[in-house]
Design a protein around this ligand. Structure first.
Ligand SMILES: [Zn+2]
Ligand SMILES: [Zn+2]
Length: 408
């Protein structure tokens, strides 16, 4: 057979293979589209076991040969990783991981077979490839069977722990060096506020990460009818941790907490139209509603401005005397917002008639509100009411707008 005929025969084979691949995807698309809910779980498993993972194994072997041939240079790419980013639409990290897997798999035949048959998933293979990169494929090969067995019964993060233990056994010095290197890369950055948002960005070593995760845990519990996303709960937990400032074990909400210092004018406190925003001492501004919320509980903020605002306002002190706080806690026991049970140390003392509007700091005018609900009342316009039978009612913002319209 002439060379041209061979290459055109190979070309037809390739086209037929692509055709079959697409047909398989189409068949699965049609099936999932019409599937009953109970069949979907098995479909998702098979999509990975019979489709995505074995295809990733094929992709890896293709990448390995493409790597050796250097053919990617023909397209003008400077490296295989660059080519994968460009032509296969992968991020830099995803491309690098696939090149590493391709290179290591060649030396890990059992892993390659398990990958191709869908017995282990892509992420497990990535963990093994990284282990091979760290301690050498020869060392991994010696325990490959046991590692693969572990991989089949664990999710990737559990398996990472097993792999790290293995690396430590084989090369304690290397594992220490890696931990030290990771520690060196630690950083945390809090940006200046832009459009009312502060961006957080950082990396912690494993120990730091675990410490933070453990510290956040008590603040992470969802409450009844919680519609916050996981990310929103994480964010709130981090701020809550900051508020507690290491005195997390202290149950007395009026105890020493890091105080936020806000500079605000009288007009802002009074909520007069056209008043300037409140200025946070740490940088950034907050709307008048937030200043008013902070004015509710003196334990969490100190408000400064022209002269002594508290005297000028001629109000009773907004500071909750310890005895009042204790009586408030004994009466309310937790956040009083209907359905909420967040404990005392999450709660501010809220003035039902706002302190900025002349409300007194006495028990009948006070209520315990957790931070998210306190915020809903001040910034989102929810109205909290105490009913005659000493229950609490919360009305959504619409009522407030119409109530204001009536009283105006
Ligand atoms: Zn309040
Ligand atoms: Zn609450």
């Amino acid at each position: 057979m002439a060379a041209a005929e061979v290459s055109s025969a190979r070309g037809r084979q390739f086209e037929a293979a692509v055709e079959k691949l697409r047909a398989g995807v189409q068949a699965m698309t049609a099936w999932v589209g019409g599937a009953e809910a109970e069949g979907l779980g098995e479909a998702l498993i098979q999509i990975r076991e019979a489709g995505i993972d074995p295809l990733e194994a094929v992709f890896a072997s293709g990448v390995r040969r493409f790597d050796k041939s250097g053919e990617y240079k023909a397209d003008g790419a400077l490296s295989l990783t660059a080519w994968l980013r460009w032509k296969c639409k992968l991020s830099g990290g995803a491309a690098m991981e696939r090149v590493e897997i391709a290179r290591q798999l060649e030396k890990l035949p059992q892993t390659q077979a398990a990958f191709a048959s869908g017995d282990v998933g892509y992420q497990h293979v990535a963990v093994l490839a990284r282990a091979a990169e760290h301690v050498g494929a020869t060392a991994v090969r010696k325990e490959e069977g046991a590692l693969l067995q572990a991989a089949q019964t664990m999710d990737p993060s559990q398996f990472t722990t097993v792999a790290k233990n293995f690396e430590h056994r084989v090369d304690a010095a290397g594992a220490l060096a890696e931990a030290n290197h990771a520690y060196q890369r630690r950083y945390f950055h809090i940006s200046e506020p832009v459009d009312g948002l502060v961006r957080l960005d950082g990396m912690l070593d494993a120990e730091g990460g675990a410490t933070l995760r453990t510290a956040l845990q008590p603040f992470m519990h969802p409450v009844k009818d919680d519609d916050r996303s996981y990310g929103q709960r994480c964010a709130e937990a981090l701020v809550e941790l900051g508020r507690h400032g290491g005195s997390g074990s202290k149950r007395d909400g009026a105890g020493p907490r890091p105080q936020l210092i806000i500079r605000a004018s009288l007009d802002t406190l009074a909520g007069i139209k056209g008043a300037p925003a409140g200025e946070l001492e740490g940088g950034g501004t907050v709307p008048a509603e937030t200043v008013q919320r902070y004015a509710c509980d003196s334990a969490i903020s100190r408000i400064t401005g022209q002269g002594e605002l508290e005297h000028e306002l001629n109000h009773a002190a907004r500071t909750l005397p310890a005895s009042t706080r204790r009586a408030l806690e004994a009466r309310d026991r937790h956040c009083v917002f209907p359905g909420c049970t967040r404990p005392l140390n999450w709660c501010d003392g809220h003035h039902m008639v706002w302190w900025t509007r002349g409300g007194e700091t006495t028990l009948p005018n006070l209520a315990l509100l957790c931070r998210p609900h306190h915020r809903m009342v001040h910034e989102e316009g929810w109205v909290l009411e105490r009913t005659k039978d000493a229950n609490w009612k919360a009305k959504p913002p619409f009522h407030r707008i119409s109530a204001n319209a009536r009283s105006a």
